[in-house]
Structures are given as C-alpha cells and as structure tokens.
Design a protein around this ligand. Structure first.
Ligand code: NOJ
Length: 514
C-alpha cells in the first residue's frame, strides 16, 4: 500500500487554543488559516483538527450537538471549506475529528430519544427497559423509563449501532441489522459525506472501536468500517480513515489506514515516555520510562507490540507515533530540551507516521494545577494556548479572558524566541521534519533493522537506496558503540572516533551509511 500517509508529518491542532483572530478569547478556524505559513514552514503536511462541530463543550467538543455545523465559536462551515482549500493549495491535507460513537445529551436526537413517547429517535441511543435496571447505564435522567448506555462521561450517550450478540434476556439490545441501528449507520455515512464535500482528506475517528457493543472478536466492527470505507472510497479513494483505537493490528483489520499506540489500553507507548507518575492520564501503567535520564527503562514492552503489529499490518496500514495529544501531560514535562530532542529524533526516524501535538515543537510544558476546563480535568494542563511570542497571552489572543491562561513563567518557550535560534527545539524539529520528508528511508513503511535494543537504542532504516543509522541515548550514562561507515547528519553530544561512536549522556546520532 502506498498512500499519502507514507510520508505524512501530522500537526494536531486543538482549535480553541491555537490562535484567536476575533478577540473572544477562543481560537478559531480563521486563526488556523492565518497560521498556515507557520505550519508549512515547520514542514507539516497534514493538519488534524480536534472536533470543530457545535457542541455543549462539556468534553471540549467530543460532545457534539450538531454534526453538520462548525461551532460558531470557531467560525462557519465556509471557514472550514476555505481552510481545506488553502491547505490543499500548499499541498497539505486536513483531518476531521469524527465523534462517531456518541453525542452530547444536549443533541436534539438525544432530547427526542429521552422522551417517554415513542418517536423516530427512540432507538437512536441505547436505552434499557426500566430505570431500575441495576448495573446497566445511567438512570434517572429522563421522563423515559429506562437507563441510557454512555460511552465516556455521563453526558455522552452511545449512539445505537446495535449489539453483536444481543442477550435474549435484554430485548433492548438490538441486533446490528435492526432498521433503527442501520439508520444510525446511514446517518454516520451522511455526516462523513457532508464533510468530505467541504474538502476533508481523512477522518480521525474518536473511540473507533466503541460503536457496536459486545463485539468480542471484532468481526462486527470490521464489517461496519468496511461498509463506511467503501462509502468513502466511492466518493474519493484518497480519503483515509484514522482510528483512535490503540491497538493497530485490530484497527487495521477493521479497514483503518492508521492507528496509534496510545497512553491507554496497553502500555507499549506509555513505557517509552509516560510511565512515571504525572506523565500519564491514567494511573494504570506505572514504571520507568525508556526516555528518562536514569536509564532504568527498557524497550522490550514497546518493541514487542510495535514489531508484532508492524509485521501484521505491513502493506495495509500504519502506526502513528505521537509526541503527545490533548489527553495526556505534555512530552516536555520534567524534561530538558536535549531530552526532548532525543524523543523527537526517535519519533521522526522510527517507522510509522509522526504526529506532533501543537506546541510540542517548541517544548510547551504541561501546566499543573489548573482548574478543569470543559471536562479536561488533568488534561487541562496540556490544552493551554499556543505560545506565539512575548506580550499579551503570548500572542494567542487579545482578550482579557483567554480560553485558558498561558504559561506565565518568564522562560516559557515561544515561537518568536525560537525561530531565530539555530539551537532551539523548534529549529531542531524543523531540521528533523525536513530530513524525514526528504529521506524515503525514513518514511512510514521503509524497513527497520534493530541493532541494539537498550541504551543506546541503535537501528537502521533503508529504502534500498539509502541507509540511515540512528543511535539514541536518553540516559545520563556514556557509551562507546561500534559504528562503521556513517556520515553524520545530526548529532547531539555524540562523536564519531574512527570506527567508534562516542555517546555522552542524553545524546543522539543520525547518520547516512557510506
Ligand atoms: C477520546 C478523546 O481523545 C478524548 O479527548 C475524549 O474525551 C474521549 N475520546 C471521548 O470522546
């Protein structure tokens, strides 16, 4: 499989915190349009926007109230069209965040569904038969005598795509081919087609595995997404599907083009960067991160899953590697710039598609102790406004009441301060992205050969023509490793001495085989 994901470098934008052009304190689509120069200059060729639909904003947009409308705080549907057009004119693509599995309780469909009288939307959501069906769903919400099943927070009721194996003792569990469940799926396709017509190049599907309930072997979800994919491809074969699933081999089997290794579900990704307390959202996985100066972590957990899944999905899909996202503390938290550079080097040289969360390219920090905003809780600290420069709200907004406060420390990183500094993180990330995009041996599907899976991590990538060797030492220890015939492209605290590579503490080396 070759598609545009193979050399994609994706920039995730949390729209409310990116750039505010109308002074209301909230970022907007016009702000993204105005910052396209910056995004392009960094080297990103794909933009993923967190949800932009009209919403009750109790989960920052993942609680949609109108799937066919851009939230007025972000602008208009026409602004979105313009953003897609302007991005396309620069050879960039746009990913739309599709909340496929649930809505807000304030969505008109849910309001109708919650009514005691039967109506067109009664089965659009999953309702048990009585308010005292203990253990099933959220009870006592509506006039309707029943509990609704929710997907995430209490106010995010699950849309009804049916049950894989309805329990005969629970007649409210409808089969997937029930006309009302089919109607939900048809509506989903309508939503997808609607945003494709605006120029969307792909969809990042929120909680993509959540649609059909009780699908133990995944076969029902595979059939559902196959149908959706066929619908998409009939309209535009270049439009892709990206899953928030967290288990790439399952997601790719379900016809997605890419899935992430994430902070939840399994600990492969977490073991790299987020094992310590305060570096993850869930408290399920605790241990030593590989990317830590104490050098106590290992790569076993990550490589076991990554190599197995890569092998299984080869030729059919990709794994996304994230610097972070809107759900987890930022990569920079508790890390020095040289440490972040090591992590970035890993993300841009390993197989798979790199995703950079806005602000990570300048090392924006996770802000501790912020009061929760729009259902953010601990995640709020990673959702603060983009730090463009000095001055009011770091150049994010003219408002006295910004969406969230910006990082108020004197040394808070900014784009303006880093742009002219050749040693800055931003300059380094730009160099890495350029190298990545100009070197097919570093693209998503070029083969990987692991040379040493420990400290340092040493590996090779090749496209048959060029071979790149990478060595990364996130620990504070020093190493001498054998290295022959490599011409340095990038280095930090590392030196080639004859046939040896000296690697100081927190060092990296990227070279081309002669
Ligand atoms: C995953 C999203 O990334 C997260 O931000 C959201 O709260 C949940 N899905 C629920 O939609």
């Amino acid at each position: 499989m070759t598609n545009w994901l193979s050399n994609a470098v994706v920039y995730e934008i949390y729209p409310q915190s990116f750039y505010d052009t109308n002074g209301d304190g909230i970022g907007d689509l016009r702000g993204v349009i105005e910052k396209l120069d910056y995004i392009e200059a960094c080297g990103f060729n794909v933009i993923w926007l967190n949800p932009i639909n009209e919403s009750a904003f109790l989960d920052a947009g993942y609680d949609v109230t109108d799937f066919y409308k851009v939230a007025s705080r972000y602008g208009t549907n026409e602004d979105y069209r313009e953003l897609c057009e302007k991005a396309h004119a620069r050879g960039m693509r746009v990913l739309f965040d599709l909340v496929a599995g649930h809505t807000s309780v304030h969505h008109p469909w849910f309001i109708a569904s919650a009514k005691a009288e039967k109506n067109e939307y009664s089965n659009r959501y999953i309702w048990t038969e009585g308010a005292f069906d203990y253990g099933a769903g959220i009870s006592g919400y509506a006039e309707r005598d029943g509990n609704y099943i929710n997907n995430f927070f209490w106010h995010q009721p699950s849309l009804n795509y049916g049950y894989a194996h309805p329990d005969p003792a629970c007649p409210w569990q409808l089969p997937v081919d029930h006309p009302d469940c089919r109607a939900t799926l048809e509506e989903l396709k309508r939503i997808i087609g609607f945003w494709m017509d605006y120029g969307t190049d792909g969809f990042r599907v929120d909680m993509a595995a959540s649609l059909i309930k009780g699908d133990t072997d995944g076969s029902y979800m595979q059939a559902l997404w196959k149908e959706v994919k066929e619908y998409i491809h009939a309209k535009n074969p270049e439009c892709l599907l990206i899953a928030e699933w967290g288990f790439p081999r399952n997601a790719i089997k379900a016809h997605f083009d890419l899935d992430f290794l994430l902070h939840s579900g399994q600990s492969a990704y977490t073991s790299l960067f987020r094992h310590e307390k305060g570096r993850n959202t869930t408290r399920l996985f605790v241990g030593d991160s590989y990317f830590h100066t104490d050098g106590k972590g290992d790569l076993d957990e990550y490589l076991k899953v990554f190599l197995r899944d890569s092998e299984e999905i080869r030729g059919r899909g990709y794994i996304g590697h994230i610097t972070g996202n809107h759900d987890i503390p930022r990569l920079a938290h508790g890390r020095s710039v040289p440490e972040i550079k090591c992590a970035m080097t890993f993300l841009f040289t390993m197989p798979g598609v790199p995703f950079v969360y806005y602000g990570d390219e300048i090392g924006m920090d996770f802000i501790e102790g912020l009061p929760t905003k729009e259902g953010g809780y601990i995640r709020t600290g990673s959702r603060t406004p983009m730090q463009w420069g000095a001055g009011k709200n770091h150049g994010f907004s003219e408002s006295d009441i910004p969406y969230l406060p910006t990082d108020d420390r004197v040394d808070a990183p900014t784009v303006a301060a880093q742009e002219g500094d050749k040693d800055s993180l931003l300059s380094f990330v730009k160099t890495l992205i350029k190298l990545h995009r100009e070197t097919p041996a570093l693209w998503a599907d070029a083969p990987l050969r692991v040379i040493h899976a420990g400290y340092p991590f040493v590996f090779e990538r090749t496209d048959g023509e060029k071979t790149i060797v990478v060595a990364i030492n996130p620990s504070a220890r020093e190493y001498d490793i054998p290295l022959e015939d490599a011409h340095p492209l990038l280095a930090q605290n590392a030196k080639v001495k004859g046939n040896t590579l000296y690697m100081g503490g927190v060092s990296l080396f990227v070279g081309e085989r002669k």
